[in-house]
Design a protein around this ligand. Structure first.
Ligand SMILES: Cc1ncc(C[n+]2csc(CCOP(=O)(O)OP(=O)(O)O)c2C)c(N)n1
Length: 353
């Protein structure tokens, strides 16, 4: 193990132990102000993502899913909290780590699983795979494999909304390593200059593949990059679904009322390897560091807050979890029963200028 990894691990353990109690009570406090039905819906969505991703890992190991597959386990609170504040006409753009956001937006788990398995019943007819999920009906515009490539697309969609005087907001998810890509700066600059209703949400999971952010970024408080463009910005605990929802809520208001962009940094952590072909730990982070972050698990934390204020019981959690596991099983059956696209479909839906 490299000495850098050990130093990270010790620092994180100290920070986590001190902060966890107050983070949990802040979450419970926020929960008290919201409807039980909304809170239960947020919990169900996070559980659906977790169970779906666990099943995707199994199917990948069995060879049913091929190519790249980047799981969202650990980051569920960011996608669910952020998307919960959007209206049905708003737009979403994301990177290749897109399964969680697609499910949070309401994509059918069967269509998603079929896409991962390369089947025609998939949301992109089995020709996009894990990194290229699309659903125009949901305003879900991918799923982009090139780091940073979708930020100009999101800014462009927001430009169109402003130009057409449509009250839409565009939400754009990306990882921490993306802030060093040129298109990040180009997009933020124009978004502020042209007053575009777009929210850039950086999911800071601390690593770009196996490289810790502090080895590549001169400013590790990534939301401060917005200062260079005079843009509103905020940092938020990305393991707290309601803190994310509140931060995005403010940004949505700013975008809808004043047509102004925001950069939000959600501090989170991924529990799996960068993609399914990478180890979870051992090379760039220690098992102890991973375990420490698992104690901040956004789902366990939310369940304990909701139980604490009497919104749910342990029995409710078990029943809900069983129901969600069944939904995921049905998604696998649906994917299994769908066929693979044939060679005659190779050029269908391909745009040739
Ligand atoms: C322009 C470009 N450079 C390099 C890659 C290879 N690559 C794929 S993922 C990745 C790391 C990105 O990390 P981050 O933006 O933090 O997102 P995360 O994977 O943590 O969600 C890299 C370098 C790429 N896909 N595109």
């Amino acid at each position: 193990m490299k000495s850098g990894s050990t130093a990270r691990s010790v620092a994180n353990v100290t920070e986590t132990n001190g902060a966890e109690t107050s983070a949990s009570s802040a979450l419970a406090e926020r929960a008290r102000r919201l409807d039980a039905s909304l809170l239960k819906d947020l919990l169900e969505k996070m559980l659906l993502i977790r169970r779906f991703e666990e099943k995707a890992a199994e199917l990948y190991a069995l060879g049913k899913i091929g190519g790249f597959c980047h799981l969202y386990i650990g980051q569920e609170a960011v996608g669910v909290g952020a998307i919960s504040f959007l209206g049905p006409d708003d737009y979403i753009f994301c990177s290749y780590r897109d399964h969680g956001q697609a499910l949070a937006r309401g994509m059918d788990p069967g269509a998603l699983m079929a896409e991962l398995c390369g089947k025609t019943a998939g949301c992109s007819k089995g020709k996009g795979g894990s990194m290229h999920l699309f659903d125009k009906r949901l305003g879900f515009y991918g799923g982009h494999a090139i780091v940073g490539a979708h930020l100009p697309l999101a800014a462009g969609a927001a430009f169109a909304s402003r130009y057409l005087r449509e009250p839409r907001v565009t939400l754009c998810f990306f990882g921490d390593a993306t802030v060093n890509i040129g298109s990040f700066h180009e997009s933020l600059n124009l978004a502020q200059l042209w007053k575009l209703p777009v929210i850039f949400i950086c999911e800071n999971n601390e690593f770009g593949m196996g490289t810790p952010i502090e080895k590549t970024a001169s400013i590790v408080h990534l939301h401060e990059r917005a200062c260079a463009y005079n843009m509103a910005h905020a940092a938020v605990d990305g393991m707290d679904v309601l803190a994310v929802r509140d931060a995005v809520g403010e940004a949505v208001e700013r975008a809808r009322k004043d047509s102004l962009p925001t950069l939000i940094e959600a501090r989170t952590y991924r529990y799996m390897g960068h993609s399914m072909s990478d180890p979870t730990h051992g090379i760039y982070r220690t098992k102890a560091e991973l375990e420490e972050h698992r104690r901040k698990d956004p789902i366990k934390r939310f369940i304990s807050a909701l139980e604490g204020i009497g919104v749910i019981t342990q029995e409710y959690v078990e029943e809900t979890d069983n129901r969600i596991r069944e939904i995921v099983e049905q998604a696998v059956v649906f994917a299994d029963q769908s066929r693979e696209p044939g060679p005659e479909e190779l050029l269908a839906d391909v745009y040739l200028p």
